[in-house]
Design a protein around this ligand. Structure first.
Ligand SMILES: *Cc1c(COP(=O)(O)O)cnc(C)c1O
Length: 426
């Protein structure tokens, strides 16, 4: 194995608990484990999050949901075996943990939704017809499949917009004997912006949709909105925020009262913060929830091993296109990771522009030359005693996904999701 991801169980657990506390009240926190738990290994992270108290997990599609369900069943069986509990109950017990499939489905996914106890987000009649047909075919194991309805309040990606289309859909759903409207949700486009006028407009559209649901006589158990930034954007999560008068009721307080108004529980869906990262709250320095910010700890340590060492002379060039020339005799270490593994090519180091670095023996080793597909070269001239086989930290303490993101002109999300290495719990 050329590189591997170490997932800190302690940090993942602590981040989840911190978010639950920061969300406050009886607002539940759905733990998002889509995209292989943002590169951290969904099969590794999901059981830890469940142990930390998560009742809901979020995935992108049915295939991810199946993988997460199987990981939970395996973890439960392993636990059960350790505690001397019989295995027959394990799969059923695992269905107590809910898995929300958030990014749509096709007809062929309906069977997996049923067989693995997944809960789909839907917004079109066609999706619900596929699901209802699968319930009928399943021969009555499930009387009514719970679904969550997404409202498009301004993202224009998924969801049904409030208005006539929504009313028609609700009318149809109410008469559908095989499905049950368990949740209504929406997604904010700019939750990290303090006092965002866009969020406020989305809130109003969501209120309109919730009113339509109630008018249709439907009683969802859950109303959910918001992501990590909804929790750590303190100005917008507090009641009586003074940052923007129009936003006088913070987003979390608003969500709670909206849910309570229809007798439902509220929930936020957090992903990136579970893994210890967040978006910068804008405007900068304004209203960050310091408790959350200071408490979150990066969960991933991405490591590799030195596979080669060489001395170069002053004037020797390193790697493709010779963008780095050794200004003096140097000692270089070769690492068996490159852009195919998720080391961004923007981390390349030239003489004109310093690039990224890895941590070796607790010290920074700068990347020199171009990051290639499977290889990266780092400068270990100033680090005594580096040997072949030594561990190098590509991401972790001393070098964060925010560091990579800054160099690669992107966000920490894309960095961690781009890591292609097997995860193990530490
Ligand atoms: C990914 C996702 C989230 C989590 O967003 P974070 O910013 O990572 O917390 C929440 N809701 C939906 C619908 C998502 O797709």
């Amino acid at each position: 194995m050329t590189s591997w991801v170490e997932v800190s169980e302690r940090r993942l657990h602590a981040n989840y608990r911190l978010l639950v506390e920061a969300a406050g009240g009886d607002t539940a926190v759905l733990a998002v484990v889509k995209a292989n738990a943002y590169g951290h290994g969904a099969g590794v992270c999901a059981p830890v999050l469940v142990k930390a108290g998560a009742e809901w997990l979020g995935v992108a599609d049915a295939a991810e949901g199946v993988a997460v369900r199987e990981a939970l069943v395996r973890a439960r069986a392993a636990n059960g075996a350790a505690n001397g509990v019989a295995h027959e109950d394990q799969p059923r017990l695992c269905h107590d943990i809910r898995i929300l499939v958030m990014s749509g489905l096709l007809g062929e996914d309906a069977e997996a939704v049923l067989s693995h106890g997944l809960t789909p987000v839907v917004w079109e009649q066609q999706q619900m017809e596929w699901l209802a047909a699968a319930v009928v075919q399943s021969g009555g194991d499930v009387a009514r499949l719970p679904v969550h309805l997404e409202i498009d309040t301004g993202m224009a990606r998924q969801g049904v917009a409030p208005g006539e289309g929504l009313r028609a859909l609700l009318h149809w759903l109410k008469r559908q004997p095989r499905l049950m409207l368990e949740g209504v949700m929406t997604h904010f486009a700019s939750p990290e912006e303090v006092g965002s006028a866009q969020t406020l407009a989305q809130r109003e559209r969501f209120e309109e949709a919730i009113a339509a649901v109630a008018e249709a006589g439907l009683r969802p158990a859950w109303v959910h909105a918001g992501s990590s930034s909804t929790v750590d954007n303190a100005a917008d999560s507090m009641v009586g925020s003074t940052i923007d008068n129009r936003n006088a009721v913070g987003n979390l307080a608003w969500l709670r009262s909206l849910a309570a108004g229809v007798g439902a529980r509220s929930m936020v869906r957090s992903g990136i913060a579970l893994y210890g990262y967040c978006l910068p709250i804008e405007p900068e320095g304004c209203g960050v929830n310091a408790n959350v910010r200071c408490g979150l700890q990066p969960v991933m340590s991405w490591k590799t091993r030195v596979i080669g060492l060489r001395e170069v002379r002053a004037g020797d060039t390193v790697g493709y296109n010779a963008i780095f020339t050794a200004p003096r005799p140097m000692r270089l270490a070769l690492l068996p990771v490159g852009y195919s593994d998720g080391v961004r090519r923007e981390l390349s180091g030239s003489n004109a522009r310093a690039g990224g670095w890895v941590m070796l023996k607790g010290q920074r080793a700068a990347i020199v030359g171009r990051v290639s597909m499977n290889l990266t070269v780092v400068d270990v001239t100033g680090i005594a005693g580096v040997a072949v086989g030594d561990e190098a930290v590509v991401l972790g303490d001393g070098v964060t996904a925010d560091d990579h993101a800054r160099l690669a002109h992107t966000i920490a999300y894309e960095i961690v999701c781009g890591v292609r290495a097997e995860a193990r719990l530490v």
